[in-house]
Design a protein around this ligand. Structure first.
Ligand SMILES: Cc1cc2nc3c(=O)[nH]c(=O)nc-3n(C[C@H](O)[C@H](O)[C@H](O)COP(=O)(O)O)c2cc1C
Length: 147
C-alpha cells in the first residue's frame, strides 16, 4: 500500500477540511494516509518515508504563513526529489499560498508534481458540495498516479 503524508496549516479550519477530504480521496484509491498539522512535525525525520506528499496552507496577507515557510525548510532536509507531490489551500480572493508551495515543491525540491496544479479553493467552495468533490477528485487522481 502506498503511503501519503498530508501536512497542513490552518487557522480557522478551512484548509484542514480540505486536508481531510483529500485524505478521503486518497483512501478511495487504496492509499494509506497520514494527516498532520505542520506544528506536529518536528524535523525532517517526521517527513521522510512516504511515497507522496500533499502540503497545504491558507493565504493570509497574500502569502503563505510563517509556519509553512519554516516547515518547507524542514521538508528541504528530507530530500523529496522525484516523489509525487501536490499542494492545496483555502482563500477568499487572491490565493497566493497554494501555487507558491506547489512552485517550491516543483522547482526547489524537484518533486514529480501532479499535473492538476495546486488545488486552490475559495472558502465558499470548500464549504459546498463542489469543494468536497474537488478535494476527493484531486486525492483520487494522485492515488491513481501512485498505483
Ligand atoms: C487578516 C486576514 C488576511 C487575509 N488575507 C488574504 C489574502 O491576502 N488573500 C486571500 O485570498 N485570502 C485572504 N484571507 C482569507 C483566508 O485565506 C481565508 O479565510 C481562508 O479560508 C482561511 O483558511 P483557514 O481556515 O485554513 O485558516 C485573509 C484572512 C484574514 C483574516
Amino acid at each position: 500500500m502506498k503511503k501519503v503524508l498530508i501536512a497542513y496549516s490552518s487557522r480557522t479550519g478551512k484548509t484542514e477540511t480540505m486536508a481531510n477530504y483529500l485524505a478521503e480521496g486518497l483512501r478511495f484509491a487504496a492509499c494509506e494516509v497520514e494527516v498532520k498539522k505542520i506544528s506536529a512535525i518536528e524535523n525532517e525525520l517526521d517527513i521522510i518515508g512516504y511515497d507522496a506528499y500533499l502540503f497545504g496552507c491558507p493565504t493570509y496577507h497574500k502569502d503563505m504563513t510563517g509556519g509553512m515557510k519554516q516547515f518547507l525548510f524542514k521538508a528541504e532536509l528530507a530530500d523529496l526529489t522525484g516523489k509525487l507531490g501536490g499542494a492545496f489551500g483555502s482563500h477568499t480572493h487572491s490565493g497566493e499560498s497554494a501555487p507558491m508551495i506547489y512552485d517550491t515543491m516543483q522547482h526547489v525540491f524537484k518533486m514529480d508534481m501532479t499535473d492538476l496544479g495546486a488545488l486552490n479553493l475559495t472558502e465558499t467552495t470548500v464549504a459546498a458540495e463542489d469543494g468536497l468533490k474537488a478535494c476527493q477528485d484531486y486525492g483520487k487522481a494522485m492515488g491513481k498516479k501512485l498505483a
